[in-house]
Ligand binder design. Structure first.
Ligand SMILES: [Fe+2]
Ligand SMILES: [Fe+2]
Length: 343
């Protein structure tokens, strides 16, 4: 990790300091905009693409994919809104690569969602759920406001935010808060990316290895650009209170919207009710890293006062997976991959 002391990599207690004029701790970070095309793989993809016909994992993948295209458009817009404040040419380059990568993710996931929909999944319904209306809100946001401002541990914070939004009379959330949401959600995607690249139990959910390749490509790029939105948020003068509030909102919204659609998808899927499909799938979830302690611990790092996304050094992991994706090197095993990030 260039330009960062070893002790800093291993300690969350040491604050990040930047040289004069620098706005990124890692000026030469590799963020590659890859021109990928998964059309052939999509055409061949079948309705069953998870191991042992795991119906829950199939719907989780299709719902997450449904969230990406418009979610990532929001990420791009929120970063673009403040990019005029980026004066460091290195961060500016990283912003361009971040935008380039997210544009291609959105495009590929829209194609994947179309194929998922043909196969009977809810990905297009979820995509619609993420589209902004004339009020500057998405159907998903309306649902979150309707339900989570009335019940659940977030109701006080969310109803205050909703009141403030109504008072401002402006459409949509405050741009700074949107950027804070982007930085928080990028911590989610980077953390999920690391799990996908290191955890056998997550990789083993895929029976379709070409579909795994698509998700691994997205994971590599999420890991590469993990710090960009966070750095822009800092450059834009985003404060700690907002950063932490956005992380809470992002987490609740993500869990709520995902479980909503996955539950409907699974309950209306005939495979759930044949050959104990749902029971078998529920049993498999006991090992799902996305429901595990490690995932929650990594997410909670974001609440540390001096958190920075590059405190966790994933450079070696990215290099190894890049060699597989870009240069056709053998696919790294989960234990090899874990050894590259376990410190
Ligand atoms: Fe992405
Ligand atoms: Fe991203």
């Amino acid at each position: 990790m260039a330009g960062v002391s070893a002790s800093w990599q291993h300690s969350f207690m040491t604050a990040v300091t930047l040289p004069d004029g620098a706005q990124t701790v890692e000026p030469d970070r590799t963020i590659i905009v890859r021109r990928v095309d998964f059309a052939e793989m999509l055409a061949a993809m079948e309705r069953d693409f998870t191991a042992d016909g795991d119906v829950i994992s199939a719907h989780v993948l299709s719902v997450l994919s449904g969230l990406f295209p418009d979610g990532e458009e929001m990420f791009i817009d929120s970063v673009r809104h403040f990019r005029h404040l980026v004066t460091d040419p290195d961060l500016s380059r990283q912003v361009n690569s971040f935008i380039g990568q997210e544009v291609i993710h959105g495009r590929q996931h829209r194609d994947l969602n179309a194929r998922f929909a043909e196969l009977g999944y809810r990905s297009k319904v979820v995509e619609h759920f993420m589209q902004f209306d004339e009020e500057g809100l998405t159907p998903g946001m309306h649902l979150v406001i309707r339900v989570l401002t009335k019940v659940g541990p977030m109701r006080k914070m969310l109803s205050e935010m909703e009141e403030r939004r109504a008072e401002r009379g402006e459409l949509g959330p405050d741009p700074m808060f949107e950027l804070a949401l982007t930085a928080a959600l990028e911590h989610y995607t980077a953390t999920m990316a690391e799990l996908l690249l290191t955890e056998a139990d997550l990789q083993n959910q895929f029976s379709d290895q070409d579909l795994f390749r698509l998700w691994a490509w997205h994971a590599i790029e999420e890991s590469e650009h993990r710090a960009v939105a966070f750095d822009v948020f800092k450059v834009a003068g985003g404060d700690e209170e907002m950063r932490l509030r956005a992380m809470k909102v992002a987490g609740w919204a993500l869990v709520f919207i995902t479980s909503w659609h996955v539950t409907i998808g699974v309950l209306t899927d005939r495979r759930s009710w044949r050959n104990f499909g749902l029971a078998r799938s529920l049993w498999r979830q006991r090992n799902n890293p996305l429901l595990g302690k490690k995932f929650r611990r990594r997410l909670a790092d974001y609440y540390r006062p001096d958190f920075h996304p590059l405190q966790r050094d994933t450079t070696a992991l990215e290099n190894r997976w890049r060699a597989w994706f870009d240069e056709a090197a053998p696919r790294p095993t989960p234990s090899e991959s874990l050894a590259l990030v376990n410190f």
